[in-house]
Design a binder for this molecule. Sequence first.
Ligand code: PRP
Ligand code: URA
Length: 208
Amino acid sequence: MASFTVLEHPLGSALLTRLRDRSTGPAEYRALTRRLGLLLVAEATRDLETETEMVRTPLEPFDGSRLVRGLVAIPVLRAGLGLLDAVVDLYPDAVVGYLGMERDEVTHEPRDYYAKLPPLAGRRALVVDPMLATGGSGSAAVRYVKEAGADDIVFLCIVAAPEGLERMRRDHPDVPIVAAALDRQLNDQAYILPGLGDFGDRLYGTER
Ligand code: PRP
Ligand code: URA
């Protein structure tokens, strides 16, 4: 079974607290998401393979390192877009694919409405979606990415629910997951408790 990692970092906890706070508006939400995303992306790439690259400092030669495999960032639209800048900030050469998934409000099943993926072989695919609730969207997104040829996938989210984690572990036991928090449970509308509400709506100011 691949790893499940919860970010244990005081800066991450403080950022997530601001995201949970109902009084945080969209402008701050976007900035907080990007900052927390930097910590999560660093964690999700901790084990990336490197090879030696020799450089010369002004004083002497130095055996440095460079990445063997590049990164593909795959945000799950729309909320996942909030995490894209974090990937690109840390690894500007990242290529980007998009998956559009929307959860049905009644059945809570995901509907995919868009997909555009670059070549995936030989790269680590970071599938980024802030919320892992029932796990339906995350599982479908990872399935899509596997079918498109990815052989090295990490799923990155901000808040995971036990139900979503279980679903991902069942459907994709080979895919590591990195989250900023594992929350308590889902409510009867499949929202995460304590959670932070509807991430996409809060990110884009579309709450009703
Ligand atoms: C949210 C979130 C995930 C999904 C998680 O997206 O960004 O994609 O719900 O729920 P699940 O684990 O039960 O599938 P949503 O469908 O609200 O779409 P949006 O990003 O367009 O707001
Ligand atoms: N999607 C969200 O944005 N929030 C939840 O709590 C569950 C699904």
